[in-house]
Design a protein around this ligand. Structure first.
Ligand code: C2O
Ligand code: CU
Ligand code: CU
Length: 456
């Protein structure tokens, strides 16, 4: 498997402010899994859905002993609602910043023009608002939104800003899609709390990615979910600042992965372990038809959400697939990107982020093959989850071999392990200046980010 940050346990590096925390099972009492509420549109017309999303401060109760925690949330105290984005429609979102500092609203995974993308250039001052128009034209998928202001992305996400975007399509059927019943999201994050129950970003910040010992699922500790149907669709989002997760079931059974970041896999894959680096998503089906006891979902071997199995409704599942002719593995590379370093000393092609420098220029409609290399350093290096805005891409090879079946689908974030070379194929359909960066949010803050300009 890919070398994750777990290999770094106890080592903040020579420049580290903190250490990578091991995940620990929590002894908090169980509570039922919160399901982010679907956001009610302000208005719906034949062509357009109107939403309002507000970034605000709040307080959350993670612990039953009465400690409450200062958090950030969209339209609430923590995380955010689920926004349905119907394929073929226009979605207009009024975004409002009620924080006491600038933020942005970034739609991770959406293929839209750069001026709507909510990258660092689209900062909204404290108290201000802005409107975006998003024409939804991509495969049904589980995307997410989060802040992206330069210098404060990692802290704002850590304190709770993250929400769900579901691209939906009436034509897609056969899969469980009763939201909150047989189709549930799981935003998984690790957090470290102070004795007072606070999320103290400054105290716990680690230049290689801030980690915690406690797992949150949809913002809650030690959750349970009552399974009502034989097949449960779980949309896993790694919303951590830095931690890679290996997800397994406590009974050792397989899960069926059906989708990657940007849509369905070419074919479903049965897997014991689903590995996600920060920013990545996977949709899985869990079959409870033969199961009578409770089963827990584990992250790195630690149970964090228990599925309670009672009387189950029969499910009839028909899994659609998305066959695509593979691009040959040895296709010539148009562009080489070298990821390097750790901590404060991270770079892409030797450079750190400069808002005044365009690193890559392409034309709208162009298709390119990029080779992303993770050049190891003396200490071995670490896995970088490489993310590109404004596109969904295909992985065509890892170290010269075709990708695994679970990576054969649209992706917007790809894990690149030390000494590995990953080739991807991308087509630029939207114009403007987009970011590409490491999705360890502290690496992004430290400048492991570049700018891609797409012109007409
Ligand atoms: Cu998930 Cu540049 O972001
Ligand atoms: Cu993004
Ligand atoms: Cu990185």
């Amino acid at each position: 498997n890919m070398m994750g940050n777990d290999g770094m346990t106890g080592n903040g590096g020579p420049m580290g402010h903190g250490t990578t925390q091991a995940i620990e099972a929590s002894d908090e009492p169980e509570q039922s899994l919160p399901i982010p509420s679907p956001l009610k549109p302000d208005r719906v017309t034949d062509s357009t859905v109107y939403y309002t999303v507000v970034a605000d401060e709040g307080t959350s109760r993670f612990f039953q002993n009465g400690k409450s925690t200062e958090t950030l949330g969209y339209n609430g105290n923590l995380l955010g609602p689920m926004l349905e984005l119907p394929k073929g429609k226009t979605v207009v979102i009024d975004t409002i910043n009620r924080l006491d500092e600038p933020t942005t609203f970034h739609w991770h995974g959406l293929v839209i023009p750069a001026e709507m993308d909510g990258g660092p250039h689209q900062a909204i001052a404290a108290g201000d608002r802005a409107q975006v128009r998003l024409d939804i034209d991509q495969e049904p998928s589980t995307l997410w939104f989060h802040p992206h202001p330069m210098g404060a992305t990692a802290e704002q996400v850590y304190k709770g800003l993250a929400g769900l975007l579901y691209v939906t399509d009436d034509a897609q059927s056969g899969l469980p899609n009763d939201y909150g019943v047989d189709d549930i999201p799981l935003i998984v994050q690790d957090r470290l709390f102070t004795k007072d129950g606070e999320l103290d970003y400054d105290a716990h910040m680690n230049v290689d990615g801030t980690t915690g010992d406690t797992i949150l699922a949809n913002g809650a500790i030690n959750t349970t979910f009552d399974v009502q149907t034989e097949t449960l669709r779980v949309r896993l989002v790694n919303g951590s600042n830095a931690r890679d997760f290996d997800f397994t079931l406590s009974n050792g059974e397989n899960m069926t992965q059906i989708a990657a970041d940007g849509g369905l896999l070419e074919q479903p894959v049965s897997l014991k372990t689903i590995s996600l680096t920060p920013g990545e998503r996977a949709e899985v089906l869990i079959d409870f038809s033969e199961i009578e006891d409770d089963v827990a979902l584990e992250a790195d071997g630690v149970s964090f959400t228990t599925f309670r199995v009672g009387e189950l409704d029969k499910a009839s599942i028909d899994i659609p697939t998305s066959k695509k002719t593979p691009t040959p593995v040895n296709t010539k590379t148009d562009r080489q990107l070298t990821l390097f370093g750790m901590g404060n000393m991270v770079s892409i092609n030797g450079d750190t982020y400069d808002p005044d420098r365009i690193d890559i220029k392409v034309k709208q409609g162009d298709t390119e093959i990029w080779e992303i290399e993770n050049k190891p350093d003396m200490m071995g290096g670490m896995t970088h989850p490489f993310h590109i805005h404004g596109v969904q891409f295909r992985i065509i090879s890892r170290d010269g071999n075709p990708p695994a079946d679970y990576e054969k689908g649209w992706k917007d974030t790809v894990a690149v392990a030390p000494d590995e070379r990953v080739k991807i194929e991308l087509t630029f359909t939207e114009t403007g200046t987009f970011m590409y960066h490491c999705h360890i949010l502290e690496h992004e803050e430290n400048g492991m980010m570049g700018q891609l300009n797409v012109t007409e």
